[in-house]
Design a protein around this ligand. Structure first.
Ligand SMILES: NC(=O)c1ccc[n+]([C@@H]2O[C@H](COP(=O)([O-])OP(=O)(O)OC[C@H]3O[C@@H](n4cnc5c(N)ncnc54)[C@H](OP(=O)(O)O)[C@@H]3O)[C@@H](O)[C@H]2O)c1
Length: 240
């Protein structure tokens, strides 16, 4: 049975990969969750990081994931919910309904079930509270209408942060990190990238490291719960 683990979901690429790798480098016992077996998953395993596969696409697979975690983990130091789906809302209502289904499970139900299932196994260091961190988005406060299904389900995750911060205190702190433009995707055109940078006071694509630094600051601060740290170069202040 694994002891004192930090679970990172969606660690098979990009921000989640960076968080899992950096936590491991900094001495945490990481269990990295992935859906697709990418070259980055192999890199995590080559570095000695434990991994676990699951598609968090429906309630049965989420319940199975929670059971598998209970089977493998005796104590849990922290859970970082990073797994996410990100696509613009379809104009076709049948497809939009499928998107709601997909985003609801990965952004809202999976964190709720996993947190509840592992709650009794969570232990902080030296009597301090354990940690849950939800990776949300600045869209939670200032929505982008073209991504309204993504945004409303991330807003559900933000509300879960507040609800579980109350519910799990004083044993577990529950906080959020809300990124802005940290890593563009292939779907962002040059024009969109330039517009987003023009709306970002610090004027750069932030990268994964500032997200990790925010996660780490939450894990090391014993008196923060129910807060959201925007990691966005200030874009929330000027985003249309
Ligand atoms: N990138 C940004 O600039 C930005 C901005 C705002 C917020 N964020 C938030 O920051 C976090 C990381 O961003 P990112 O850009 O690195 O995300 P990403 O590239 O979209 O990666 C998301 C991860 O979640 C996994 N995932 C998606 N659906 C899943 C499912 N049904 N079951 C299990 N795993 C699933 C993916 O697995 P697969 O590899 O199998 O697809 C992938 O590893 C996300 O929560 C995102 O919403 C990012």
């Amino acid at each position: 049975m694994l002891e004192n683990i930090v679970l990172v979901t969606g660690a098979g690429r990009r921000v989640g990969f960076h968080i899992a790798n950096s936590l491991h480098r900094d001495g945490y016992h990481v269990l990295a969750h992935y859906r697709s077996r990418t070259p980055d998953v192999q890199k995590l395993e080559d570095a000695g990081i434990e991994t676990i596969q699951a598609d968090l696409a429906d309630s049965d697979s989420i319940m199975q994931f929670a059971e598998a975690l209970k089977f493998r983990c005796h104590t849990v130091r922290a859970i970082i919910h990073n797994a996410s789906s990100f696509t613009p809302t379809s104009d076709d209502l049948v497809e939009a309904a499928q998107q709601y289904h997909q985003f609801f499970y990965v952004h809202m139900m999976a964190p709720f079930i996993v947190n509840e299932a592992l709650r009794d196994r969570m232990r902080g260091e030296g009597g301090a509270p354990a940690d849950i961190v939800h990776i949300t988005d600045i869209n939670v406060e200032n929505p982008t209408p073209r991504f309204d299904i993504y945004g409303t389900t991330k807003a559900g995750l933000q509300n879960l942060t507040l609800a579980q911060a109350k519910k799990f205190a004083p044993d577990i702190k529950v906080n959020a990190v809300a990124p802005g433009p940290v890593l563009f995707t292939e779907s962002h055109s040059q024009e969109v990238r330039q517009q987003m940078m023009a709306e970002t006071p610090l004027g750069v694509e932030g990268g994964a490291e500032p997200v990790y630094l925010a996660v780490k600051s939450l894990l090391t601060n014993p008196f923060l719960t129910g807060v959201s740290i925007a990691v966005d170069g200030g874009r929330r202040l000027s985003k249309r």
